[in-house]
Design a binder for this molecule. Structure first.
Ligand SMILES: [Zn+2]
Length: 254
């Protein structure tokens, strides 16, 4: 398989993507994505180092890429995806506007996870979108996946096979804030996009999940109208109307 770039480029390949059937039939599922603290910490470390220090050379604010492992299960019409591990790929070619995966990296890393953590499966990959400023992120809608991102995702045979046709793509968009204000935990831009601050940096996480449609064709959830919810703080969020006891789901309520 040829390595393909994941970058900031948008709209360029829209026609070819429409022909390939990204989007189209809606998934029958909702998806709930949770991320273990250590995996989220690794994502944040990778995004910040690539942003602040680049690859150690002159270029700063470069994209970076990693791979994720975890578990999934499906209950009551929702596929729950729990990201347990994230390992950054040091062999990816990294640039301010794109990152090119080394196709051998996920295979090599997956063999190690198979031996040491056989209860986990490969879920997908993670990459970053660095931006100069908050206004640049807003102007370019930098937290969205690019058309190239979706195209690479649909074509990534290894991830589709290893994840059981439920691959996950995660992007962390990062910028430096001009002014740092109080923030009270993660906030949702949409169900599939969550933002949080760390020091003078802001990070947005966006998630897309792949699925097979009725004809067995590969599809993935889009930037907008997504059935994916990222839940970064299951202990901290409480949605209005939620009940944990006597809610008719078989618990309590004699
Ligand atoms: Zn991207």
């Amino acid at each position: 398989m040829t390595a393909s770039k994941r970058g900031l480029t948008t709209r360029r390949k829209r026609d070819s993507i429409l022909q390939r059937g990204i989007g189209g039939t809606e998934p029958a599922m909702d998806y709930c994505l949770r991320i273990a603290d250590n995996a989220l910490e690794n994502m944040t470390l990778a995004a910040l180092e690539a942003y602040c220090l680049g690859a150690g050379g002159k270029k700063k604010q470069i994209e970076t890429l990693g791979y994720m492992w975890g578990v999934t299960n499906t209950a009551r019409g929702t596929t729950n995806i729990f990201v347990e591990r994230m390992s950054v790929s040091v062999s990816a070619r990294r640039h301010p506007d794109w990152v090119e995966p080394n196709d051998d990296a996920p295979r090599l890393k997956n063999e190690i996870i198979r031996r040491w953590s056989p209860h986990l499966k490969m879920l997908g990959d993670f990459h970053t979108h660095p931006y100069e400023s908050l206004s640049e992120v807003a102007d370019e809608k930098g937290y969205e996946f690019s058309d190239d991102d979706f195209e690479c995702f649909i074509d990534d045979d290894f991830m589709w096979e290893e994840s059981g046709n439920t691959p996950l793509m995660l992007v962390a968009t990062i910028t430096r804030l001009g002014k740092v204000r109080d923030s009270h935990g993660p906030t949702h831009l949409r169900s599939n996009i969550v933002a949080f601050d760390i020091g003078e940096f802001r990070i947005w996480l966006n998630a897309s999940v792949g699925y097979l449609d009725e004809d067995g064709k590969r599809r993935c959830t889009r930037n907008k109208g997504s059935p994916v919810r990222i839940d970064l703080g299951p202990r901290l969020f409480n949605f209005s109307g939620d009940r944990v006891f006597g809610s008719g789901n078989g618990s309590g309520n004699g």
